[in-house]
Each structure stands twice: as C-alpha cells, then as structure tokens.
Design a protein around this ligand. Sequence first.
Ligand code: BGC
Length: 266
Amino acid sequence: MQISLAGQVALVTGASSGIGHACAKALAAAGAAVVINYNSNAEPAEELARQIIADGGHALAIGADVSKEDEVERLFSETLDTFGTLDILLANSGLQKDAPAVDMTLDDWNKVIGVNLTGQFLCARAALRIFNRQGIRQGVSRAAGKIIHMSSVHQRIPWAGHVNYAASKGGVDQLMQTLAQEVSHQRIRINGIAPGAIRTAINAKATADDAAEKLLELIPYGRIGDVEDVANAVVFLASDASDYIVGTTLFIDGGMSLYPEFRGNG
Ligand code: BGC
C-alpha cells in the first residue's frame, strides 16, 4: 500500500513536542504541506518547519493557544493565507494537570478541559467551515476533509488522580462521534486515535526506570509505545487508504485497553 498526501495541507495542533511533533513530521514525509502549531514553545516548531523545507517540503510554524477562540480563528486564517486550503486537521494539543480530585483546583480542571476538549471543538469547527466551503478537491482526496481527534485510552479507562484528563478524553470520544454523525454525509471523515503509554514528556516519570517496569504490567504487548507508532496511524487515517473508516477510534496501546489485570483473574 502506497500512501501519498501530496497536494494536501495538514494542520497539527500541539506539534512542538511529543506525539504532535512526530505526526507533523510523518505527514510531511508523506507529502503534505504542514502547519505546525505550538502554544508557548516556538523553537522546536520553527526548527521542524526548517527541516521539512530543507528536505524539499512545505511547512509553517504558527503559535496559537487552541483554548482561545480568537487565536484558533487566526491559526486557521493564517493557514489559508499561506497554503490556500486545508485538507487534514489533527486536533492533538493536550496536557495533564494531575491531582487527587479533593485537591484539584478549578483552574487545573478548566485548563485541561479548555485545551483538551474545548480546543478540539474550536479547531474542528474551524476546519469544518473550511471543508464545507471547499467540498471535494477532485484528484486530491476522495473526502472533502479529514479530522483526526487525538484521544487516549483514558476515554475508556477511568484514571484515579487524573479526573480532569479522563473527563476531557471521554468528552473527545463523544465530540468525535457526534461530529462524525453530523457531517459524514458531506464526505467529511472524522476519526479518533486513542494512544496508550507512548514515551513522551507528558509521562516521562511513568516511563523511566523502575516506574517503567510497573507500567509494563499494564501493557500485554510488553513494550512502551513510540511516537512513530501513533504517527504511522495518523498518516493512514489522513489518507484515502482509510476512506471507508468513519467515526471510529483506533486504539494504539499495546493492548492496554484489554484490562490485562483480568488475565488469570476474575
Ligand atoms: C497519558 C499518559 C499515560 C497514558 C497511559 C495517556 O493518555 O497522557 O500520561 O501514560 O495515557 O496511561
């Protein structure tokens, strides 16, 4: 199966590090022009844009806080000003602010819901408005636009000490499915990805040394994931190779969501 995203424009939010960074890189390697969104960490995003351009691709880094409506609007209008179109949105920005529920501040609740859930809504809405105006670009893709929502195994698995994060990802699941139900007839394809433990800065503590041993008890496949495990799936879901996949979440978790504690128990 040969996948090419040549002639398509992809916008990746939260792409200055971790999964978003790897996905932006992979989408560019598949031939897409890529908008690399970051919030506060400009340098790695600018550096990735420089690398992509040096390799003969097209890229632009744009700073914007996805939880703010005016910044999202600017992000999408700058994308159109530069590349003239949008074909793929990877709504990826996400963060954790962990605490037991009894100690969690309203600020930390709001911050996580604001970026992880409201941010994905604002970006999806902006993308849908563009896809609606644009329709199917003949010869470019069979769909009038593709949205991939970055979720987590915690859209399904409750996570003590992370109630803001788990609630945001449960919300992302319904956001994704409801939008897919609402717009699929317009040939807009919306899907989700639910990564498990992928080694990035967000879980640096949980994936280091002794903690990693303990974490592996939750992963039947026996390894912690790499960002490329997710990036490969994003390229597939963004391409026509997945043209009949609509409203689905792909779990990329080495089996974490299989409740491995039940093996030989229960
Ligand atoms: C979280 C990580 C965690 C993983 C598995 C992800 O959504 O961001 O911190 O390691 O889920 O629990």
